[in-house]
Ligand binder design. Sequence first.
Ligand SMILES: [Zn+2]
Ligand SMILES: [Zn+2]
Length: 159
Amino acid sequence: MNTPRLPPAQFKYRNVYIVLMAGVVIAGFIWQLKWMQQVRRTGAENIAPNSFMNQLGNWMLETRGGAAAGGANLAPGVETLECNNCLGTGSVLSETGERAICPICLGVGSRLIRRQDDLDRICPLCAGMGRTTLPDTDEVGTCPRCGGRGLVRPAEPAP
Ligand SMILES: [Zn+2]
Ligand SMILES: [Zn+2]
């Protein structure tokens, strides 16, 4: 003749809650299964991750905003300079007519420069490449004018 500890109404409510939870779990499982089938049918990585990456890319472009104006997909102050010595190809014809790695850009074809501010000017001696033919030895080395930075700053104004 013991009365149950839980009143019938509350007991019923608990059962409904458990059934609901189970329903959510099962529904989620089925949804996931269907989604995976869809992914497999439409070609694996080609839907979700790509669109996600595109959105991420767009978002990053938007947040960078006007700083990267001019279409350059670079951080503010960063520019790509094409190597004048090899015209961006990374290789030059040697005296014997063979293709050789460009000594200025070392085969890269371009160089990234990072300006601190508008006072930074492209080095006139190396054209921003940081390397140039040294006049005294006639060999290519680090540009003496900019110290390899590719950028020069005007002399600080006298105080
Ligand atoms: Zn080059
Ligand atoms: Zn220089």
